[in-house]
Design a protein around this ligand. Sequence first.
Ligand code: NAI
Length: 467
Amino acid sequence: MVETFDVVIIGGGPAGYACALKAAQLGLRPAVVEARPSLGGTCLNVGCIPSKALLDSSERFAEVKKLAEHGIIATDVQLDLARMLSRKNQVVKELTNGLAGLFRKGKIALFQGHGRLLAPSRVAVTSDGRTRELTAPSIVIATGSEPAAPPAIRLDGIHVVSSTEALSFDSVPPRLVVIGAGYIGLELGSVWARLGSRVTVLEFLPRILPTADAELAALVQASLTRQGLTFQLGTKVTQINVESGRVVVTAEHQGATQQYEADKVLVAVGRRPKTSEVGLEEVGIRTHEKTGKIDVDRRTYLTNVPGVYAIGDVIDGPMLAHKAQIEGEALAEMLAGHAAVVNYNAIPGVVYIWPELASVGLTEEQLKEQGHDYRVGRFPFLANGRAKALGETEGVVKVLTDAKTDRLLGVHIFGPRASDLIAEAVAVMEYSGSGEDLARFCHSHPSLSEALGEAARHAAFGKPLHF
Ligand code: NAI
């Protein structure tokens, strides 16, 4: 029997589930095909959420050391890793169950199994050897991404692992080598360093966080080094050998071969779009030669095959859950006959280390590359009253504006709760606001957000008020 819907979405991650929820709210009949037993994709199951649960728990463990300066004496502090991991699992369970509840409420049909395109309007769902067929005038591919590994490196899931396994080590590895100083490497490297691992990060490039503003990335590196992480930059990992539980990582640095011994190795060198076994070739859907991402019209998310759309990590752009979600919502609106547009210039990015690094818009390097005439405003958290009271004075806000028009071009925050502070900068950029707008907003006092106003004053008027 073939079941008919208005839209069939392959993948129940942030792109797919958001598309389904919105489509249902707008009166369409969506169906979602999801291979995992729970909704939420990588983000909820083995990505953003469990990593944040562990980051928050390990941060508290690390914070205990800072309590003495607040006049609080905490002695005999111990780590109960099993409980920390089960709390993380509980957080994931509650959120994935919550999504399942929203699906029931929205009467969204959920098919658990592997989805594959048979034709532009037909999807086969295979589960336990049984195949059923769904049909709809619109099919959405939202299959996400999976960890990538260099060809010479084999992930065994025990000693040489991806982020998925690094969220569930059952004991703290005494020596952890992290390959790649990107989002995952720094976040999970931080978790295990806080819990007691000796963490060495090997990075191919001469800097960490290649897409971040270089000035702030350097501050992040110095901060994490103080927290006990070791960085080996310009270091290309060529081989990993596992012998009786002992892992040896071989790397090249300035023409010389180096070896690192470890108990666990986390490979975090990027993710690749998940496009195999979805039936792309059979239906003739075009992918990008180099990145393997599905080619779409960036405004409509339509592939080269009429009726087939793609959103989230499988298409161009940063592999971020909120970017995927906003694309899912926009596509649902368009499928329901409404207008929708995603502003790709105002998508924030956050690295949830401590202090956090959050940014939106262009970096100083990008402005230089584009030959843009720009102004820079900075304000250190050291001069912010709330940061002082919190005892969290590390970091800086950096505001970049157009030198002629004062339009806000980029905001980069390295500091406490930068993930929340960046929202204000996103709003100003979304409305094409200026540095002066950000400077003149009334920021509550005392609050960390005042540092944004001060950095904007620096850019717009040449000086912060507290100078
Ligand atoms: P990434 O692209 O952020 O960083 C990978 C790093 O590995 C780069 O710095 C690269 O130069 C380096 N590298 C590549 N090959 C290497 C080699 N052979 N030896 C040494 N270094 C090498 O990728 P990552 O951290 O794996 O994250 C994947 C994606 O997941 C990111 O694109 C990010 O968007 C997303 N993510 C987002 C998070 C967030 O929003 N907080 C958290 C975690 C992941």
